[in-house]
Design a protein around this ligand. Structure first.
Ligand code: PLP
Length: 400
């Protein structure tokens, strides 16, 4: 009889040769429990998804209650479903009044696709500007925003009309002109290895967009829902996008994303052509119920206000280690850069061995990712830090 792991390798499609292959039994709070009886502290939150911990009872309750009423009844946008409406109401109450309409989708990539379509349709312009070393998703449109030609060429031709600027490089903003449909940018560059914006960079991007009529689109898929210590990162950095893309933590562990914008912009997808975007499962009632409970919890628990102190605690404990060169962070979205590239794989694998999950970034081979659940308590945080320091010691010892 093949084991579950063998069957997984045979029949579950992979795009990586280096799957972690953790055989998950259950997950609760900040822990993932595997079938071999090990307990791992999740210092990644499933890449910034499980911000309120795994199987948060408040979210579980909302899912159970919605599941007993109804699941899918019709493709998105045809039926009035209470969970969608309540969530849109609660979410937009947290935002600038200009961001008053939520168009629901399923994944982050789909939100980016929709934002790109929306920008072209609303402005009648083709050019899209993105930042180098950004990741916006894996669909062909979202991949067209990548700056990495070596990757993109394997899927060529990608969509034309994409130009790049260097993040935090103000002089590059002159590339934004009256030909530009939109600038799509992360408020904090996550997959580059957590690069927050310097000074008033985002305000300058916003101003250039206003000057030229290009739409200012923020990808808050990884930074949203409290990750940076504010509900949304743009609130932290004092800007207001024309369009905000959200996903990941939004659904409290269920798949859900959205494009949030003004009534005028969202309605540009209604006519000429009609049905400018269609999604079967966008705004799934189960996901919206979980997202509503999750957002209510974020607000009522005060957990977002704890992010700054937890981030500082992690930073202080880890930055002093001799093989740590730099810790970059925005709230609990953090990158730890090691002094030599060769240390990285030992830190990550030994951390796993010691029972704390950390991970790599897509575009940074010197740093590892820390994004613990925002609800992590002091004791678990300390235990995770101790294990991580032991993993750093181990990596250091490999080259002495
Ligand atoms: C900043 C950012 N944008 C978009 C995406 C794509 O989201 P999804 O994987 O849900 O399609 C990701 C995923 O990691 C992301 O980090």
């Amino acid at each position: 009889m093949p084991s579950l792991r063998e069957l997984y390798k045979q029949s579950v499609g992979q795009t990586s040769e280096y799957s972690l292959c953790l055989e998950v039994d259950r997950a609760e709070g900040c822990y993932i429990y595997t079938t071999d009886g090990k307990a791992y502290i999740d210092f990644n939150s499933g890449i910034s998804v499980s911000s309120l911990g795994h199987c948060n009872p408040v979210i579980q309750q909302a899912i159970t209650s919605q599941a007993s009423k109804h699941l899918h009844t019709m493709v998105y946008g045809e039926h009035v479903q209470e969970s969608q409406v309540r969530l849109a109401e609660l979410l937009t109450q947290q935002l600038d009044p200009s961001l008053s309409v939520v168009y629901y989708l399923l994944t982050g990539s789909e939100a980016i696709e929709t934002a790109m379509k929306l920008a072209r349709k609303a402005t009648g312009r083709a050019e899209i500007i993105a930042a180098r070393l950004s990741y916006h998703g894996s669909t062909l449109g979202a991949e067209s925003l990548r700056s990495d030609l070596g990757y993109k060429m394997h899927f060529a031709p990608v969509i034309p009309g994409v130009k790049h600027v260097t993040f935090n490089e103000v002089n590059d903003l002159q590339k934004i002109t009256h030909k530009t449909a939109c600038v799509i940018i992360e408020p904090v560059q996550a997959e580059r290895g957590v690069y927050p914006p310097t000074d008033d960079y985002l305000s300058k991007v916003e101003a250039k967009c206003r000057e030229t009529g290009a739409l200012f689109i923020l990808d808050e898929i990884q930074t949203g829902f409290g990750r940076t210590g504010h509900l949304f990162a743009h609130q932290k950095y004092g800007v207001t996008p024309d369009v905000m893309c959200i996903g990941k933590a939004m659904g409290g562990g269920l798949p859900l994303s959205a494009v949030v914008s003004s009534p005028a912009l969202i309605s540009s997808l209604v006519k000429y052509p009609a049905l400018g975007h269609i999604t079967t499962f966008g705004g799934h009632p189960l996901s919206c119920a979980a997202a509503y409970a999750s957002l209510q919890y974020l607000q009522s628990s005060g957990v977002v206000d704890t992010v700054s102190a937890k981030s500082q605690a992690l930073h202080s404990a880890i930055s002093a280690h001799p093989i740590v060169k730099e810790v970059r962070r925005s709230g609990m979205l953090m990158a730890v850069e090691v002094t030599k590239r060769k240390y990285l794989k030992y830190v990550v694998s030994q951390a796993m061995e010691l029972g704390v999950i950390v991970d790599y970034f897509l575009f940074n081979d010197r740093s590892f990712r820390l994004a613990p659940p925002l609800v992590i308590d002091d004791e678990t945080l300390k235990l995770g830090i101790d294990r991580l320091l032991a993993a750093l010691d181990y990596a250091q010892g490999k080259y002495q």
